[in-house]
Design a protein around this ligand. Structure first.
Ligand code: PLP
Length: 412
């Protein structure tokens, strides 16, 4: 299959991008790597590492507390990072951006702070990452909130009609994976939000796999909450973002409070600060804040549409190759609906064995259930191999992957 060059990042730009990632030049064990495990964690460009090093070497102090030169510089840099992330997501105000540890913390924050109770219901889908499933199961067990599942269509697409039928005035929140880490499918978030809002329900999107790879504008989507992780979008690990509509954040109580969340306190009372501070308890991961800001800038420079098209074009090439060798692909049949992720099995071969054999050629993928155990259990599938792409991956890497897979497939 010929790749459509117009949909790819041009070769000269791709070369420049790859030059920003030392591991792509240095390889591992003296051999180049093909890194196709981006849904788990992306590589980081030197710009992000440099920005974080600058914090540690040039102004390693606290933000918002100390009023000396170093403290002021951190305060300024963190504010700048918050503003960059707000623009990256299309938020109305910088104060709608809460720095968290990761997507998981953002979802837990909403599940604890919304104060849902018995008589209320929450809807999630049938292919949620554990991070957007377990918090609702816990809430259901603790508070009697009803937890309902919307099942996908036979082609693994979102069932909008079924969803509309499920909606009633008990449903207070719809919390869905925006782009699935299982198969790369992106659900029709705009239409979902419209239906949910018509029924006065809020919508939270788990954006761990969408924000790094495609245009996301929370205001256009009209989403109420949106969570993401830095480590999947060229940023550091241990930092994430929760976007929340300001009017909602103002009304919500934090689930964790302490230093940096209060204006004042006495022995028996306290007055909380406004969002986002009231949700950012304790001394923060300033290097992480600065690093995720730099990562967002990097993605903006390349262009989100361009990244999305590039990954999907590579996915077409890889999916076709895998189908030709008798592979079965998880998710919608049309590759256009599967972004930059291809999850697959080859009959007669174990998915972990495939990953281990690929690793012998320094081709790195993930195998197993990808933290979506519930879907695999429901479908009685023990697991699969997942190749997940990003902006630095090339056609040559896709060919190396397919050549290695062709050899592995012969072992059946
Ligand atoms: C769709 C999705 N949601 C949530 C998560 C959890 O992200 P984190 O572990 O960074 O909180 C992941 C991680 O793989 C994911 O892919």
């Amino acid at each position: 299959m010929l790749l459509n060059g117009a949909r790819m990042i041009p070769n000269d730009e791709l070369e420049r991008i790859r030059g920003d990632f030392p591991i792509l030049k240095n390889g591992v064990g003296g051999k180049p790597i093909v890194y196709f495990d981006n849904a788990c964690m992306s590589l980081r460009p030197r710009q992000v590492v440099q920005a974080m090093n600058e914090y540690y070497e040039e102004y390693p102090a606290c933000a918002g507390r100390s009023i000396h030169k170093l403290g002021n510089k951190v305060t300024e840099k963190v504010a700048e990072a918050r503003s960059t992330v707000a623009k990256f997501l299309g938020a109305k105000k910088d104060e709608e951006i809460i720095f968290t540890r990761n997507t998981t913390e953002g979802i837990n924050l909403v599940s604890r702070s919304l104060r849902l109770s018995k008589g209320d219901a929450v809807i999630t889908s049938d292919r949620e990452h554990n991070s957007n499933l377990l918090p609702w199961q816990l809430l259901s067990r603790r508070s009697g909130v009803e937890h309902k599942i919307i099942y996908s269509t036979d082609n693994m697409e979102f069932d909008l009609e079924g969803f509309e039928e499920m909606m009633n005035n008990k449903v207070k929140l719809v919390s869905l994976v925006h782009t699935s880490n299982l198969d790369g499918y992106t659900l029709p978030a705009g239409e979902i939000v419209k239906i949910a809002h018509e029924h006065n329900a809020l919508v939270m999107l788990d954006g761990a796999q969408s924000a790094p790879h495609r245009p996301v504008d929370v205001r256009k989507l009209n989403a109420d909450f949106f969570a993401l992780s830095g480590h999947k979008m060229l940023g550091p690990s241990g930092i994430g973002v929760l976007y929340g509509r300001y009017e909602l954040l103002e009304k919500m109580e934090p689930f964790m409070i302490g230093g940096d969340t209060v204006q004042n306190s006495t022995y028996d009372s306290h007055v909380l600060l406004k969002p986002p501070e009231k949700f950012e308890a304790g001394l923060q991961n300033y290097a992480g804040d600065i690093g995720i800001g730099e990562a967002a800038r990097y993605i903006e420079r390349v262009g989100k549409e361009k990244i999305e098209r590039h990954e999907n074009e590579l996915n077409k090439f890889i999916s076709e190759g895998l189908l030709q060798m008798g592979g079965s692909i998880v998710g919608p049949k049309q590759v256009e609906l599967r972004g930059g992720i291809v999850s697959f099995n080859i009959d007669g071969l174990n998915f972990h064995d495939i990953a281990i054999m690929l690793d012998e050629s320094n081709i790195m993928v993930r195998s197993g259930q990808h933290c979506v155990h519930s879907w695999f259990n429901a479908h009685k599938i023990p697991g699969c191999v997942r190749a997940s792409l990003y902006l630095y991956n090339t056609k040559e890497e896709a060919e190396m992957f397919l050549n290695a897979m062709a050899e592995i497939a012969k072992l059946r």
